[in-house]
Design a protein around this ligand. Structure first.
Ligand SMILES: [Zn+2]
Length: 364
């Protein structure tokens, strides 16, 4: 029987309200993101299922030492000081409130709890519903709504403190390239990072197919950019490549940087996915994980700002892990017009990426 751990905390539903009204980008990273998910789970009686375990977030007295495995002391201290000073904006797309430091620490602790509970074998898969997100946070600076790099810190905790999970594979399905995770592990052959993200390079973002890692890490950073308006029909084309690479790499755990901002209702992303893509991806990932790492998968919430998409997509993933299908509401049954240009672009990306990866992986 598959047991699934749900990791969250009331603080994520209450604290760190953005100090800006809409339409500012920052306004979308709100406590309602978690509240609407947890309310939906309650309404659907998810926690009455004995395969679902609510796991409390473990708090760490020495969390700052753990943060220092990834971040500079200056960065950690500056977030602490800015939080103590009150609310405002620091840099691009980053807001700080009196509660930011407290909540960002808890997001890291939630991620560690999600990793630990799967690695220890207490449960088969976990899903951490945390905020703020983490995948853009860099070693010495917050970035793109992300304060601390939840996943990078969680991985370093497993490897440096727990001395387990030597090999970890990440699949990042957030609409945006997780530059913080990619940069941190860019030369590391034991952390494989595979990102599928919207092709948005006119704004100067990274995430090209040629960014394959460096030195010993060459071949372990894989980017699969997809065009805006990508629909369910073409989204999962990347999986053929991911399946070969993950099977060969043989990680001890698969981590999903689980952003939902590719959903068609998202106010920030421009892709056109419905819950169906998340369901199909989960089914494929579960089969893959069962073959390569005893089914160990930890989902960590990243972005995703549509308050109608977050609950149904999260719920659908958990049900898919249980081997069940959800009766989707009508807004998830929308059919977008066929766009052959998207098909062509995705095929081109896939072919070129396969060519580039042949030096490192047995790509067919
Ligand atoms: Zn995002």
């Amino acid at each position: 029987m598959n047991n699934i751990g749900i990791i969250s905390d009331k603080d994520f539903e209450i604290l760190n309200e953005p100090p800006f009204p809409r339409p500012y980008f920052e306004a979308f990273e709100t406590p309602l993101r978690i509240k609407c998910i947890m309310d939906y789970f309650e309404k659907e009686n998810l926690f009455e299922d004995n395969r679902i375990k609510k796991i409390p977030i473990r708090s760490f007295e020495k969390i700052e030492t753990i943060l220092a495995l990834v971040h500079t002391r200056y960065h950690v201290d500056s977030i602490k000081y800015f939080s103590n000073m009150g609310s405002g904006s620091i840099g691009e797309s980053i807001f700080i409130t009196e509660e930011t430091f407290q909540l960002a620490k808890k997001a890291v602790e939630g991620t560690i709890t999600a990793f630990d509970s799967v690695i220890s074998g207490d449960i088969n898969q976990s899903f951490a519903f945390i905020r703020p997100p983490g995948h853009h946070a860099l070693r010495d600076v917050a970035s793109g709504l992300c304060i601390f790099n939840n996943i990078a810190v969680g991985i370093q905790y497993l490897r440096k403190i727990k001395k387990n999970a030597k090999k970890v594979a990440i699949i990042d399905i957030d609409n945006h390239y997780g530059d913080g995770i990619a940069k941190f592990f860019y030369e590391d052959p034991n952390v494989l990072y595979f990102s599928i993200h919207e092709y948005d390079f006119d704004q100067g973002e990274l995430g090209f197919i040629h960014e394959l890692g460096e030195n010993e890490g060459l071949g372990y950073n894989i980017n699969f950019p997809i065009p805006p308006k990508t629909t369910d029909k073409y989204y999962l084309e990347f999986f053929d490549i991911l399946k070969v690479v993950f099977s060969e790499f043989k990680p001890e755990i698969i981590i999903v940087a689980c952003g939902f901002d590719c959903h068609y209702t998202d106010p920030i992303g421009n892709c056109l996915l419905t819950a169906n893509s998340y369901i199909k991806l989960t089914q494929k990932l579960l089969t893959l994980a069962n073959n390569v790492c005893n089914g160990k998968i930890a989902f960590i919430l990243e972005g995703g700002y549509s308050l109608s998409a977050l609950p149904i997509c999260s719920y659908s993933i958990i049900k898919a892990l249980l081997g069940e299908l959800v009766n989707l509401p009508s807004q998830e049954k929308i059919e977008f017009p066929e766009d052959l240009d998207i098909s062509k672009v995705i095929t081109k990306v896939k072919d070129e990426l396969k060519e580039l990866l042949r030096d490192y992986w047995p790509i067919i």
